[in-house]
Design a protein around this ligand. Structure first.
Ligand code: ATP
Length: 299
């Protein structure tokens, strides 16, 4: 295995009966980077995360985590991973520090290091003042931060975050982004599944866009945007007939378009002045790429 890769998947397939949830997936997560796994509902993100923790076993392909082959060597791999589940499974009858202490035992943090490990996790998650608060007295945002802190007590080399901010309000999401960004700055390798495109665009060094179980694109967000959507878009609002006209004209001029629900975006209009429709100019973004590559219809 390439020592610089924290995760390496090749041709991974996972079937559930007649459904192929993961279909020939290749994924590289270089050490010290943050990779975002993006995809619409049902794309196979959660299944991929479960394969990496050996909660699911692949039918085909190769999986390596921190140099260990899965599923055979999943135990030593798990020992060096921090796993943040999508669902909050904190013990609400215990305090913040007690929840962390339980995990120092589970992850076999040495007796002499436990206190320091808990303190460090509390500091990282900005929960020092809450160490003796019972979990059922915490706000939703604090609970989420604790869920992440709990996965960090043993200083994992790799952190797996499954939809870390799903269903949270914008303030809490921002708190978590700050925490994930701090982890990144420490050099921890992170794989994060998300369907918030902005989250991936802000935090991930590279993203892998999945659809129907396989990768449709991978790379740094800025490169994917430049490659698929160009630099600038024009946003045109209007009645459906007007939008259809704009779409047809753009197609005839070989410009890519996407629908937003209330408008049509004509992409890559820089340097296409004659062919670009009148409208609001804006920079292109990762959502444009996501919609172009994963389809406009809802599955
Ligand atoms: P979401 O964002 O909605 O969570 P996802 O990208 O995480 O979607 P998965 O949950 O991995 O997607 O699901 C991929 C496909 O595999 C879906 O069609 C799903 O119904 C199916 N699937 C996942 N787990 C199981 C299971 N345990 N049994 C049967 N089918 C499953």
């Amino acid at each position: 295995m390439d020592p610089a890769l924290a995760i390496r998947l090749r041709g991974v397939v996972k079937r559930y009966g007649s459904i192929t949830a993961v279909d020939g997936l290749d994924l590289d997560v270089p050490e010290g980077t943050c990779v975002g796994l993006l995809g619409p509902n049902g794309a196979g993100k959660s299944t991929t995360m479960r394969l990496l923790t050996a909660q699911a076993i692949a039918d085909e392909g190769e999986l390596e985590v921190l140099g260990f082959r899965l599923p055979g060597e999943s135990k030593p791999a798990r020992a060096q991973c921090g796993v943040v589940p999508q669902l909050d499974n904190l013990d609400v009858t215990l305090t913040v520090a007690q929840n962390l202490r339980v995990f120092t035992h589970l992850y076999r943090v040495g007796r002499a290091e436990r206190r320091g490990a808990i303190q460090r996790a509390l500091e990282l998650a900005n929960l020092v003042d809450r160490r003796d608060t019972r979990v059922d007295k915490l706000s939703g945002g604090m609970r989420r931060r604790l869920l992440i802190a709990r996965a960090l007590v043993h200083r994992p080399r790799l952190v797996l975050l499954d939809e870390p901010t799903v269903g949270l309000d914008p303030q809490v999401r921002q708190e978590l982004w700050a925490l994930i960004d701090a982890l990144r700055a420490e050099g921890t390798t992170i794989l994060m599944s998300t369907h918030y495109i902005e989250e991936a665009e802000r935090l991930a060094d590279t993203v892998l866009i999945m659809a129907k179980g396989s990768a449709v694109a991978a790379g740094p967000p800025a490169e994917l945007i430049a490659e698929h959507a160009g630099r600038e878009a024009v946003e045109v609002y209007g009645r459906p007939e007007r939008l259809a006209e704009v779409e047809a004209a753009a197609g005839a001029a070989s410009l890519r378009t996407r629908r937003t629900g209330t408008s049509i975006s004509v992409l890559g209009v820089e340097g296409a002045d004659g062919a670009a429709p009148q409208g609001e100019r804006r920079p292109t973004n990762l959502e444009d790429v996501f919609v172009l590559l994963t389809g406009q219809e809802i599955a």
